[in-house]
Each structure stands twice: as C-alpha cells, then as structure tokens.
Design a protein around this ligand. Structure first.
Ligand SMILES: Nc1ncnc2c1ncn2[C@@H]1O[C@H](COP(=O)(O)OP(=O)(O)O)[C@@H](O)[C@H]1O
Ligand SMILES: [Mg+2]
Length: 393
C-alpha cells in the first residue's frame, strides 16, 4: 500500500516537473478542473503537443477530438487571454484515481487568473443540456449500467472478481420519448469525466461493411482505447439495407464483430432503436451483448407534470397544468414539446396562452401525417417482412 502511494506521488511529481521544464512553467500548480476543463480548452488557443520523458502518443479517435487535447499519453500547451496552461494526460493505470496523472498545470502566478477564466468560460460557454425526465428507477438503472458501471471503483471490483468490463444497454420505445436525449445525457457525463466516447452513425457503420475485412472494420468502430461509451443511436437504420435484402448478413457481421472486441479498460454500449423489443433478434439480446433493455414509453401523468414544470414560468402561469396533464395522455414527450411550440406561435398572434387551440391545431397538423403509412422499424427484418410490415418511401 505504502509503496504504491509513493510510486503514485513520484509519478505525479515526475510529470509535473517534466511539464514545467518542457513548457517553461515556473513553480507549477496541478489542477483537476473537472467540468471546467472543457470550456477552458474550448476557448483557448491550442498549442504544441509535449512529449513527457519522450512519450507522446497522439489520439486520433474522432469522437474525442473536441473535448480532449488529442493525446492518449503526453501533454498539450494552451493559451487563453495571456494565461498559459498545459493539459497533461498520463493515466496509465486506470484502476487508480487518475487525478495525479491527468491534470492541468499552470504557473502559480497565473493560478487565480486561470480559475477566474474557468468560471467565466464555464458560465458563458456551453450549458449542459437537461437530463431526460425518467422515472427514478429507470434513470438509476440507466446510470448504473453506463457511467456507474465504468466508474473506477466498479471497474476495479469487476476486475477483482473476474467480471466483464463491458456493458450493453438497449433503449427501445416509440419515437420522441427520450432515447436520443438519454444518449446525450450519458455522453455529457463522459465529456465531464474526460472519458472516451464514440457516436457510431448509420453512415459510418455502412462504410465499414463495404469491401473486405468488414468484420475487422466494424470491430474497430466499436472499440475504445480507453474507458468509454459507444453510442449507436437508431441502430435499426444502419442494420437495414434499403436496396438489398442482406440484413441477416450485416447483422451476423455486426454480432460477430461485437463479440470479438477486446476490452481494454471498460466499455459501455448504448444502442437505441424504435423497434419493439420483442421484434429484435434474440441473438442480439442475449446477455453479454445486451445486458439491460430499457423501454422508453410515453410519459405517465407524473412525468408529464414534471415536463410542464420545466416550461417557462409565464407559460405555466397562463396554463392550467392539471388540464394540460389530463389532456396529453398517450402523447410522447416530443409531441408535448410541439404543443408548447404551438402555444408560443399562438401567443404571438393572439396574446394569450390558448391550450385548447394548441391541442386542436396539433390534431389538425398531425392529420396529414397520420395518413401516411407507418414506417417499418427494426432490424429483425426477415420476420418483419414475413409479418407483412411494409416500408414507407
Ligand atoms: N424523457 C424526456 N424528458 C424530457 N424531454 C423529452 C424526453 N423525451 C423526449 N423529450 C423531448 O423530445 C425531443 C425528442 O426526443 P428524443 O430523445 O430525440 O426521442 P427518441 O430518440 O426517443 O425518438 C427531445 O429533444 C426533448 O425535447
Ligand atoms: Mg432518437
């Protein structure tokens, strides 16, 4: 235990000294800026990368380019309003708290100024989006199986007892009830922790299927080098092929590739689809691939009430919330948000918050859409086609 601690402090000291020397920072102070790092780094001018004791490993993973200094191991110089600081990334033991190995260094003279800049850019910069409204149980489950799963203490426990440092979560449910919003929430949690993340798009997935070595390319697409989360939003769109009928091939490449992924530190997969759970291929749903499925249904009265509470106070004051709650049963969150847009539109014309008008207008606007065919969803297509599902467009 003691020798481990002395190793740790020595490593930290070594890094700090090396950074001070390479970046010419007199009397350096190490800071763990947590959520302040992102706005600082974003606002600052990016300087050169710095090798520490000859070690500099660049990071090309596309997902993390904006949030990270583009390094797996090494340091990078930044400058913001005359303050120079260095982002050091040297977490070589991920089962240890990495504050001593991945930190921000600034000369003591500029420490206060950097803090003020951090406050300023944090305030003016990107505000974190609001988390989706979910039942407490659902929200806790989602968190525990993604971010919570990858937290150091859990990963360490898993390693100790021989568990799997990999978690697959599938979010299902009709459109407009927060699947993508939940992804954004988890993604932001990754950003704040400076973990790796990757958003796999349908286009990237399809590209990787082209040509030879499809399996290897897919595997790469779903691999993180460090601890991280990989999102595959609306995965059914990627696994469907509108021209050819080779979904099963794509699917088997996908599943085989997923199984063959080497886990480095820990990874959580978040897949989303509008396809109902019972229509999803059982092979995909088995534990090890998907460990948790969460169904995002239209909100209950209580969740709708919570949504209205987020609305602007003027709007709420001009609205009977209980009537609004009662009249939106079965509406998705996105549909209720559209009602708000209509309310605002009407307010501009009539100068009042007219809930009845918004409801009627909503029904009228949706009428046209309802006449269109229902779009077929899901990637367990052979069964779907056999069941007579048809595809729109
Ligand atoms: N659970 C939720 N809590 C709050 N707002 C929501 C929720 N679900 C959906 N919304 C609203 O509807 C919009 C669309 O939701 P989205 O997450 O894209 O749906 P999905 O991916 O399930 O189709 C969101 O941007 C948000 O404004
Ligand atoms: Mg979505």
């Amino acid at each position: 235990m003691f020798s481990r601690l002395t190793h740790y402090t020595a490593a930290h000291r070594f890094l700090l000294d090396a950074v001070a020397k390479e970046a010419e920072l007199a009397d350096p102070v190490a800071v763990c800026p947590d959520q302040y790092q992102w706005p600082l780094v974003k606002a600052a001018r990016k300087g050169r990368a710095i090798a520490l004791d000859g070690v500099l490993v660049h990071d090309w993973s596309p997902g993390s380019r904006r949030a990270n200094p583009g390094l797996v191991l090494g340091a990078r110089l930044y400058e913001l309003e005359g303050v120079r600081f260095v982002v050091v990334q040297f977490a070589v033991d991920h089962y240890m708290d990495d504050a001593g190995l991945s930190f921000l260094a600034v000369t003591r003279r500029d420490y206060r100024r950097l803090y003020r800049l951090a406050l300023k850019y944090h305030k003016s910069g990107e505000t974190w989006s609001e988390p989706p409204i979910l039942s407490e149980a659902q929200s806790a489950k989602l968190w525990k199986n993604t971010i919570g799963y990858l937290e150091s203490d859990n990963l360490e426990r898993i390693k100790r007892y021989g568990g799997r440092a990999r978690r697959g979560v599938l979010l299902t449910g009709p459109p407009g009830n927060g699947k993508t919003m939940a992804c954004r929430w988890i993604w932001e949690a990754c950003l704040k922790r400076r973990w790796e993340y990757r958003l796999v798009t349908a286009a990237a997935f399809r590209d990787s299927l082209r040509g030879c070595d499809a399996e290897e390319k897919v595997r790469k697409l779903f691999t993180v080098q460090r601890r991280g989360v990989i999102f595959f939003d609306d995965m059914d769109l990627a696994l469907r092929d509108r021209d050819k009928v080779n979904e099963t091939d794509d699917q088997s490449v996908f599943l085989t590739a997923l199984d063959g992924i080497q886990i480095k530190e820990g990874v959580a997969y978040v897949f989303t689809t509008n396809c109902p759970l019972d229509l999803i291929d059982r092979a995909f749903k088995r534990p090890g691939r998907i460990d948790l499925a969460l169904n995002f249904q239209p909100p209950s009265a209580e969740l709708r009430r919570r949504l209205f509470e987020r609305w602007h106070s003027d709007l709420r004051a001009g609205l009977d919330v209980e009537t609004a709650v009662d009249s939106t049963q079965g509406y998705s969150f996105a549909e209720i948000e559209e009602l708000r847009n209509l309310l605002i539109l009407r307010y501009a014309d009539a100068g009042e918050w007219d809930w009845t008008w918004a409801l009627e207008q909503f029904a009228e606007n949706r009428d046209d859409l309802a006449l269109r065919h229902r779009r077929s969803l899901g990637f367990a297509i052979p069964q779907l086609a056999a069941n007579g599902w048809s595809e729109e467009e």
